[in-house]
Design a protein around this ligand. Structure first.
Ligand code: HEC
Ligand code: HEC
Ligand code: HEC
Length: 120
């Protein structure tokens, strides 16, 4: 018997390994399909950083932004996950403020509160 060739793996074990490999592949395929593109929510409520009686949480409408490409906002500006931020953040040019700065789009400060804090 030569000592430099390793013993072959028991067949049962390697079969189980490759089955797991296929499971992992299948799972990967299921979760990697661009499902997101088909489940675009019309309106998204931005979760307040701190609970408050008013104004109502701001509403973002994909519909009123349909002149923009998805990638102008995702994933750079908005990660497509619930995310809290404040007017201070927007004044610093982040989130909605990255466009609503009075140059690319109307400044937040020049818009009606109810334009964003809409009950609907
Ligand atoms: C361009 C959209 C927009 C406009 C216009 C707007 N807000 Fe907001 N506001 C937001 C977003 C987005 C948040 C973060 C989510 C939330 O807390 O509702 C927010 C948060 C807030 C908050 C809590 C956080 C903070 O920064 O204090 C208050 C209070 C608030 N807004 C008041 C107002 C008032 C008063 C006006 C009108 C003078 C106004 N907002 C106009 C989008 C807007
Ligand atoms: C003008 C900016 C903007 C554009 C353009 C935009 N989105 Fe969004 N999207 C948002 C914001 C804001 C949210 C809520 C915050 C977050 O989830 O990051 C959001 C949330 C989402 C979510 C998660 C919703 C949830 O319930 O959490 C999906 C999915 C999404 N967008 C898909 C898209 C697709 C697909 C496009 C292009 C057809 C698109 N968005 C274009 C701003 C935008
Ligand atoms: C990628 C740039 C961009 C970002 C980011 C963005 N907006 Fe806008 N938004 C626009 C533009 C441009 C318009 C003007 C309408 C148009 O021409 O598409 C607009 C219009 C609006 C309007 C007026 C819609 C109407 O009734 O005509 C509201 C309200 C608004 N945005 C809220 C928000 C809020 C809230 C956020 C953040 C959650 C946000 N926007 C983020 C570009 C942006």
């Amino acid at each position: 018997m030569s000592s430099d060739s390793p013993a072959p793996r028991p067949p049962a074990l390697s079969a189980r390994r490759s089955f797991r490999g296929w499971l992992a592949l299948l799972g990967g395929a299921l979760f990697a399909t661009p499902i997101l593109a088909f489940t675009l929510p019309q309106d998204v409520r931005i979760p307040p950083v701190k609970a408050r009686p008013q104004p109502v949480p701001a509403l973002f409408s994909h519909w009123s932004h349909n002149t923009q490409h998805c990638y102008s906002c995702h994933p750079g500006v908005f990660p497509q996950a619930p995310l809290g931020f404040t007017h201070q953040d927007m004044r610093e040019g982040r989130f909605c403020g990255s466009c609503h700065d009075g140059k690319s789009a109307k400044a937040v400060s020049a818009m009606r509160c109810e334009g964003c804090h809409v009950a609907r």
